[in-house]
Design a protein around this ligand. Structure first.
Ligand code: ZN
Ligand code: FE
Length: 256
């Protein structure tokens, strides 16, 4: 049995919510609830009672159902201390280095600013699960709405330090567009080209490409590869520092 039983709920155009339960206790969490109804339906179907809303950042497509779910279930809202003023109903405030206790499990809190300031990521080490919101996507990363390229690169470097088999539960299905962009940055990466074909085949049948893994992203995601010789050659940036290369890749994606 999995330590955490995780259900993926697609909502809106391309958001994924994650409803999950600790196998040893009654702790049940929902990550970034954009909408209440699909969560309430799934809870009823599974016979689970919601205990925690777990927010990565303040955007409405991640917190839109906080207050309704809190009112209807009596759950606790967990989010970033730095972002507390923008997280509706927040009860538990977390920051870099904190350990969040969830039933019999714990998550390490990583501050992953860049997409927003105060964005956090939950790393359930024993369960090999990373809830990273809009920081890292399959073959992509979040747009820099509030942070700088240097801040985002610092955040992504924290993910590069995690084990390869860590599952990356990101908040959007952006993979097809990300893949089309990725092959322009590293066309000589054979693993990326093979992954491109797999992604197109899956999306043609509307199959999710998420979760992904840290290992897969490490070897194919251009935003994690600003030190790859092939990337540097393609961008004509030999010798440049990773932050400048990351900034150039992010800029190209924004105008792709
Ligand atoms: Zn967002
Ligand atoms: Fe989002």
């Amino acid at each position: 049995m999995d330590i955490l039983e995780i259900h993926q709920i697609p909502v809106l155009n391309d958001n994924y919510l994650y409803l999950f339960k600790d196998s040893q206790t009654d702790a049940v969490g929902i990550v970034d609830p954009a909408e209440a109804e699909p969560v309430l339906e799934k809870l009823e179907e599974l016979g689970w009672k919601l205990t925690h809303i777990i927010n990565t950042h303040h955007h409405w497509d991640h917190t839109g159902a906080n207050l309704e779910l809190k009112e209807k279930t009596g759950c606790i809202v967990v989010g970033a201390k730095k972002d507390a003023a923008r997280i509706p109903g927040i009860d538990i405030m977390l920051e870099e280095g904190d350990i969040f206790e969830f039933g019999s499990q714990t998550a390490q809190i990583l501050e992953t600013s860049g997409h927003t300031i105060g964005h956090i990521t939950y790393w359930f080490e024993e369960a090999d699960a990373l809830f990273c919101g809009d920081t890292l996507f399959a073959l992509g990363c979040g747009r820099l709405f509030e942070g700088s390229p240097a801040q985002m690169w610092d955040s992504l470097k924290k993910f590069l330090a995690l084990p390869d088999d860590t599952k990356v539960y990101c908040a959007h299905e952006y993979t097809e567009a990300n893949a089309r962009f990725a092959i322009t940055i590293e066309p000589k990466n054979t693993r990326l080209m093979a992954r491109f074909d797999e992604i197109m085949a899956k999306r043609a049948k509307n199959i999710p490409t998420v979760p992904t893994t840290i290992g897969e992203e490490r070897s194919t995601n251009p935003f994690l590869r600003p030190d790859s010789p092939d990337v540097l050659e393609e961008l004509n940036m030999a010798g440049a520092d990773p932050v400048s290369v990351f900034a150039e890749i992010r800029h190209r994606k924004d105008t792709f």
